[in-house]
Design a protein around this ligand. Structure first.
Ligand code: NAP
Ligand code: GDD
Length: 368
């Protein structure tokens, strides 16, 4: 049988890794893109134009576009990754978040039913550890009660339940992966890990003075996105449709992530003070930085309600899917992100220098 995957959210962190993973497995991969005023799709630019990789305009808010696309593509697997995925932004744009992250899931399920593909097309829903929210037990597994604690999480809860409903009502092979935080070199730059690794690189290279963060005590179970997309695929290859927690089983704080990231760029921090007054002071590293507060806390990054104790139990995924939650350790993850961002920041510098030189040469009439 020909394997045809349709990925919503193909331009995102996970969508880009999943595309690579499925193409390597011989799938024909179709992805949904939205019209944007900037046409460069950074994470999938290297895949565009390659055989078996196709992009189509559609939107999670536009039912007709989804129905038509499912008809055109006739997918055997759908990976519904599209979402307004930033928790803090969901407090500012709650209605949009609900439309895309909740009703969008329903639109995908209905597009499959409308095209009579419910017996042949398997559906993966990108669910989230945010469902546990104001956690009722640690660590969290498939039986832990949900307590969503943001507009994002409430929308995703609808997505989780509507997938379960369609599985039971119509016998569809649709499942949710309850994924804990997963990061990478391709992580969006406003999520905390990437914000930290980019800032560490910029501070080490003299291009930023300070990093402002919110709640440093927040605890997360951070894994590597490349390892997690494999699990999305495994969930759809299972003999029956089930929901799975995907996590590493190891928990760290935002402060620990920051400390380790700065160590990798040669800066040792000592954290002093509490709450809003806490500061990360440089105690060893480049001479001009020693004694300076490089990390500070800003209320701007506090959330009206914050999820502070996520810690997943991946026992079921390990046993039933044979997935290895320990493939990439926390230490390896921080290192690979920092190394990537040191290179990125250095390259930005080089490009800037070329631009500055060019401007100067133009001004002096050296080049025309
Ligand atoms: P991401 O990088 O923010 O990517 C989100 C994707 O959704 C982008 O491709 C975005 O397209 C697309 N999208 C947003 N609104 C859309 C709309 N109205 N119509 C069509 N596409 C739309 O997110 P990610 O980290 O890859 O996460 C993938 C999924 O897993 C999301 O559903 C997220 O909520 C969920 N999840 C993520 C994590 C994590 O730690 N990363 C953990 C649990 C669950 P544009 O590029 O055009 O904006
Ligand atoms: N973004 C951000 N920026 N978060 C900060 C900051 C900051 O400056 N300072 C502290 N934090 C804290 C947040 O308050 C939160 O408790 C934690 O760091 C992680 O925040 P994010 O990296 O923004 O991720 P998230 O956990 O809220 O959401 C991500 O993971 C979910 C899975 O648990 C997203 O990828 C969601 O889409 C995903 O569902």
């Amino acid at each position: 049988m020909k394997h045809i995957a349709l990925i919503t959210g193909v331009t995102g962190q996970d969508g880009s890794y999943l595309s690579e993973f499925l193409l390597a497995k011989g799938y024909e991969v179709h992805g949904i893109i939205r019209r944007s005023s900037v046409d460069y799709r950074e994470r999938i630019a290297h895949l565009e134009g390659t055989p078996h990789f196709h992009l189509h305009y559609a939107d999670m808010g536009d039912s007709m576009s989804l129905v038509k696309l499912v008809d055109l593509v006739q997918p055997t697997e759908i990976y519904n990754l599209a979402a307004q995925s930033h928790v803090q932004v969901s407090f500012d744009a709650p209605e949009f978040t609900a439309d895309v992250d909740a009703v969008g899931v329903l639109r995908i399920l209905e597009a499959v039913r409308t095209n009579h593909l419910e017996k042949t097309c398997r559906i993966y829903q990108a669910s989230t550890s945010e469902l546990y929210g104001k956690v009722e037990e640690v660590p969290q597994n498939e039986n832990t009660p949900f307590h969503p604690y943001s507009p994002y999480a409430v929308a995703k809860l609808y997505g989780f339940w509507i997938v379960k409903e369609y599985r039971e009502a119509y016998g569809m092979f649709c499942c949710s992966g309850i994924l804990f935080n997963h990061e990478s070199e391709r992580r969006g730059e406003t999520f905390v890990t990437r914000k930290i690794t980019l800032a560490a690189a910029r501070i080490a290279q003299g291009k930023q003075e300070k990093l402002f963060l919110g709640n440093l005590d927040s605890l997360r179970d951070w894994g590597y996105a490349k390892d997690y997309v494999e699990c999305m695929w495994l969930i759809l290859q299972n003999d029956k449709p089930e929901d799975f927690v995907i996590a590493t089983g190891v928990q760290h704080s935002v402060r620990e992530f920051t400390d380790l990231a700065f160590r990798h760029v040669g800066i040792e921090l000592k954290f002093e003070g509490e709450g809003i007054d806490e500061k990360g002071i440089c105690v060893s590293g480049p001479e001009h930085l020693v004694g300076k507060a490089l990390v500070e806390v800003s209320k701007d990054f506090y959330r009206p309600t914050d999820v502070v104790n996520l810690w997943g139990d991946p026992t079921k995924a390990k046993a039933k899917l044979g997935w290895d939650p320990g493939k990439t350790s926390f230490e390896q993850l921080v290192k690979l992100m920092v190394e990537h961002d040191m290179g990125k920041v250095a390259a930005e510098g080089a490009a800037e220098k070329v631009r500055t030189n060019l401007a100067e040469y133009l001004e002096k009439g050296i080049v025309k």
